[in-house]
Ligand binder design. Structure first.
Ligand code: TMP
Ligand code: ASP
Length: 245
């Protein structure tokens, strides 16, 4: 079936459907890092990330978090409620890594006393800068009420996801969420939750490079990128099957 493409991003293509309230997200194998300065392909990533995201969205729905997920017509396609994406990346950190270490000098692996919720401006031309509460209001990126709501939702997702991944023998170091509003103005968790958007460390590995199970393997040229993504999928599916018994 030929579909109308609405939007193409770095990791997904969004297609229209016959229902104006529903779109299809087609997950790609393309990988980018550092604002697309680095480009490549991770074989099988589209199917892997779509399946992982499906399990995690279903799980979060069970935890009382509204998401855009409807169902998956194929392994790399997700039918989702059409939302207006807020131009924000909501990042939650449990352990210091990535830009937090670079910008604050905190040593990699520092366990944070409480989860840190941060907002970044989803704007490639500006390099996705970190926002303050007042800048969010200044730029009208979210209302004060939405900021509070997003912080609570992000922390709720963090608690639920930390527990889920812990049962997969994975530590959720940090992750990025995106939210959108549906035609009724309801805030829905959107986009994806996958090794592209989370840092996950293998609890069965102590070596700081071998334990990396996410896109940092691609960002830092650590090798065995596909293996890590496949391993995360395997553990997530096993945990999902265990939970449904
Ligand atoms: P950071 O340490 O580079 O700021 O990344 C924090 C988390 O957000 C990490 O889990 C990776 C994820 N992330 C994305 O999903 N997309 C992005 O564009 C960036 C920069 C980070
Ligand atoms: N997704 C972002 C990009 O391409 C950055 C990242 O994930 O590191 O550019």
């Amino acid at each position: 079936m030929s579909r109308t493409k609405i939007y193409e991003g770095k990791a997904k293509i969004i297609y229209a459907t016959e229902d104006s309230e529903i779109v299809i997200a087609d997950f790609k194998d393309d990988a980018t890092a550092f604002n697309a300065l680095k480009r490549g392909t991770i074989d099988g990533k589209g199917k892997i990330n779509c399946q992982i995201s499906q399990v995690l969205f279903q799980y979060l729905e069970q935890c009382g978090i509204a998401t855009h997920l409807i169902d998956c017509p194929s392994l790399n396609q997700m039918r989702v409620k059409k939302v207006k994406i807020l131009p924000l990346e909501v990042v939650v950190r449990n352990i210091a890594a990535g830009s937090l270490c670079q910008q604050t000098g905190l040593p990699l692996g520092t366990v944070l006393a409480q989860p840190l919720v941060e907002f970044y401006y989803k704007n490639d031309a500006l390099g996705d800068p970190l926002l303050t509460h007042d800048r969010l209001l200044l730029l009208k990126l979210a209302t004060s009420e939405q900021i509070d709501q997003l912080q609570e939702l992000a922390k709720k997702c963090d608690r639920a996801l930390c527990e889920f991944f812990s049962n997969c023998n994975l530590t959720l170091v940090d992750f990025k969420l995106e939210f959108g509003t549906d035609s009724n103005g309801q805030l829905l968790l959107a986009d994806e939750i996958s090794p592209d958007t989370c840092r996950l460390w293998d609890n069965l590995e102590s070596d700081p490079q071998n334990r990396v199970m996410d896109k940092d393997r691609f960002r830092q040229d650590l090798g065995k990128v596909e293996n890590a993504y496949e391993q995360v999928l395997e553990r997530v599916l096993a945990q999902s099957n265990f939970r449904s018994k």
